[in-house]
Ligand binder design. Sequence first.
Ligand SMILES: NC(=O)c1ccc[n+]([C@@H]2O[C@H](COP(=O)([O-])OP(=O)(O)OC[C@H]3O[C@@H](n4cnc5c(N)ncnc54)[C@H](OP(=O)(O)O)[C@@H]3O)[C@@H](O)[C@H]2O)c1
Length: 342
Amino acid sequence: MNERRNRAWRLAARPSGAIKESDFRLVEEAVPAPQPGEALVRTIYLSLDPTNRIWMSDVDQYMPPVQLGDVMRGGTLGVVEQSHDPALKPGDIVQGMWGWQDYACVASSGLRNRIAAGDATPLTAHMSVLGGTGLTAYFGLLDHGQPKAGETVVVSAAAGAVGSIVGQIAKLQGCRVVGIAGSDDKCRWLTTELGFDAAINYRKENVLEALRRHCPQGIDVDFENVGGETLDAVLALVNNYSRIVLCGLIATYNDDVKVAGPARFANILMKRVKVQGFIVTDFLKRFPEGRAQLAQWLNEGKLKYQVDVVRGLENAPKAVGKLFTGENKGKLLVQVSDEPPR
Ligand SMILES: NC(=O)c1ccc[n+]([C@@H]2O[C@H](COP(=O)([O-])OP(=O)(O)OC[C@H]3O[C@@H](n4cnc5c(N)ncnc54)[C@H](OP(=O)(O)O)[C@@H]3O)[C@@H](O)[C@H]2O)c1
């Protein structure tokens, strides 16, 4: 019998508007015992993502919603403590989706990735630039956006986990890159540290006017993370045969009523725009390829990333709100327990 306790955040209510702490309930349970074919993992990092808001809601979506009473879904990285799965051994560091809890029993077949022994890359990089958000940027931009040297790429939520990598990859392709973000500090980071050609603070500037100024040749690729008025401003300036990579619509995730479509929808027709919605897991089979390329760019110093690490599983419900106020600086993670020596 295991004496240690497992804390788990379970979904208590479907959110209305912004996520509230009372939408979750913290439950303490016995640490589960791994069955044959399973290993016990201790969570080190938990990923907090805008899509948490979608998963909590009973709306049409790309996965079943989290059910009331279930452990909240979330991307995780942890260390194997005990194993009855021949493919896993104590000390292995693995990534999966075992959710908002201290411990879980997992089978190797259900894991997303294993960190190679001897890999000295920070674990937080595996949860950001080399993890789901980096892969979203990589496949979304390159496969769906098809950017070509000399083209103009616009990125919204540009200083965030996905957006900041999108802009840097677009620069590596020889594009002109314009970011849209919510503070002067974030805009400065984009232009002075990440090499964006221009950045627009949407809280201070008229986005359409600023886009007109910074995209004199129009927009060839829009990597859309926000939607709403931001997308509408982009639609005013899209070029013929441009591409909109519809990655996220964070401006409307907290809306309980259905939002009207973009006012400039007709421009998709007039300018023959290709709009492609996508979910990063569409590319699951190609994740190793994406990770390898991102790791190479990272090692060559061509990609920079930021992580915003909140300590303590108990703080997860409050911390997730940072994604919707813009308080997060880079990939938002919860450190649930200490990293093992590597
Ligand atoms: N399709 C996929 O597979 C996939 C995978 C991962 C993420 N995504 C999407 O990608 C987008 C970014 O996700 P992320 O994980 O990288 O998060 P993130 O960008 O690190 O954090 C979210 C950012 O969105 C901005 N934001 C929040 N509310 C906003 C609003 N009402 N209007 C404008 N900006 C707002 C905030 O930055 P500011 O300070 O700039 O406002 C905030 O920092 C989200 O839409 C997410 O759903 C999609």
